[in-house]
Design a protein around this ligand. Structure first.
Ligand code: GDP
Length: 365
């Protein structure tokens, strides 16, 4: 799963991205490495792994991970190819969701490309580039569908109507994300368009060091929050600068620093968790003396496909899954007790995996 970090220049994207890559580099027992300079991989924080590690004393603990891509260089005119715009737009096409960093801090030393701080104006500037890029895609698509319609196949009529509805939304300057598609077939068609504005967005409001933990009303933040609400998106408040500092600290220092700031969790951890939720992801867990590990799946994934995340053979030869809920397992303290109490269930091919299922797959080789 990949998230793209976008935003106008000088809003704090690189600062946030540095925090992410530093945090990623800290977790040394990681089966991942840096792939490209603009890609950072971080562990998804999961307290359940620590608890299971206490129970199983495994050789290693492996959290699941999420990828962030720094998509710098998006400026006004990007959809017309300005500032290498098209290249950046194609990067956005490859991500599953977008983290849109919005500057909500005043700092006269840091130039704003538009001359003043204005969160909603900034969001709309970026959004407009994405809307224009989507319009180009839709124009071609509509042309092609009109031609196909001449063949007389009625299904193209349905498609054309949908595409025209999408075009109208875009022409009004609105993202496709703001539309609702009730029909499953319709949803499928929309997914196949790979539109930029249909990707889910999480706004990261980058506030100043003084504002991160203050009750003082912040009009810039309020403005952004109202805008996000109007399209059903969420806002996360973060201070990129503080995150960059936190990411350089050792674990115990980190806890101390957060307490000093009156925060219970780093903004980065909150961001990762929120991104996970935004993407509709959950984790199932595996636990044994060798390894305690979390695995990412999309909500609604069935047992064989979840097994396939571990190994394709597990999916092909799937027999059943032995599942115990994390809460039951930790409450009872051992797998055997859970089994005696009948809380280890044997689930078949149609079982829909739940978040926190501690699972052992049985399969034929
Ligand atoms: P980018 O162009 O969006 O990648 O922005 P940068 O991350 O390079 O940040 C631009 C400038 O703003 C740098 O000088 C940062 O140190 C500064 N900056 C970023 N986040 C914050 C913040 O939370 N507070 C303050 N005061 N400055 C910040």
């Amino acid at each position: 799963m990949k998230l793209g970090i976008v935003g106008l220049p000088n809003v704090g994207k690189s600062t946030l991205f540095n925090a992410i890559t530093k945090a990623g580099a800290e977790s040394a027992n990681y089966p991942f490495c840096t792939i490209e300079p603009n890609v950072g991989i971080v562990a998804v924080p999961d307290e359940r792994l620590d608890k299971l590690a206490e129970m199983y004393n495994p050789e290693k603990v492996t959290p699941t991970a999420i990828e962030f891509v720094d998509i710098a260089g998006l400026v006004k005119g990007a959809s017309k190819g300005e500032g290498l715009g098209n290249k950046f737009l194609s990067h956005i096409r490859e991500v599953d969701a977008i983290v849109h960093v919005v500057r909500c801090f005043e700092d006269s030393n840091i130039v704003h490309v538009e001359g003043s701080v204005g969160p909603v104006r900034d969001v709309e500037t970026i959004e407009m580039e994405l809307v224009l890029a989507d319009m180009e895609v839709m124009e071609r698509r509509i042309d092609r569908t009109r031609k196909m319609l001449k063949s007389g196949d009625k299904k193209f009529q349905v498609e054309l109507e949908l595409y025209e509805r999408i075009m109208k939304t875009l022409e009004a300057g609105k993202p496709v994300r703001s539309m609702s598609f009730t029909d499953i077939e319709e949803k499928k068609l929309v997914d196949q368009l790979f539109l930029l504005t249909s990707k889910p967005v999480l706004y990261a409001a980058n506030v100043s060091e003084d504002d991160i933990n203050s009750d003082k009303p912040n009009p810039l933040l309020e403005e952004l929050t109202n805008h996000a609400k109007s399209e059903g998106s969420e806002v996360m408040v973060i201070c990129a600068k503080i995150e960059e500092e936190i990411a350089q600290l050792e674990d115990d220092e980190k806890a101390e620093f957060l307490t000093e700031l009156g925060l219970s969790e780093s903004g980065l951890d909150r961001l990762i968790k929120a991104s996970y939720k935004l993407l509709g992801l959950i984790s199932f867990l595996t636990a044994g003396p060798q390894e305690v590990r979390a695995w990412t799946i999309v909500k609604g994934t069935k047992a064989p496909q979840a097994a396939g995340k571990i190994h394709t053979d597990f999916e092909r030869g799937f027999i059943r899954a032995e599942v115990v809920a994390y809460d039951d397992l930790t409450r009872l303290g051992s797998y055997n007790v859970a089994k005696e109490k009948g809380l280890v269930r044997s689930e078949g091919k149609e079982y829909v995996m739940q978040d926190g299922d501690v699972t052992l797959f049985r399969f034929n080789v």
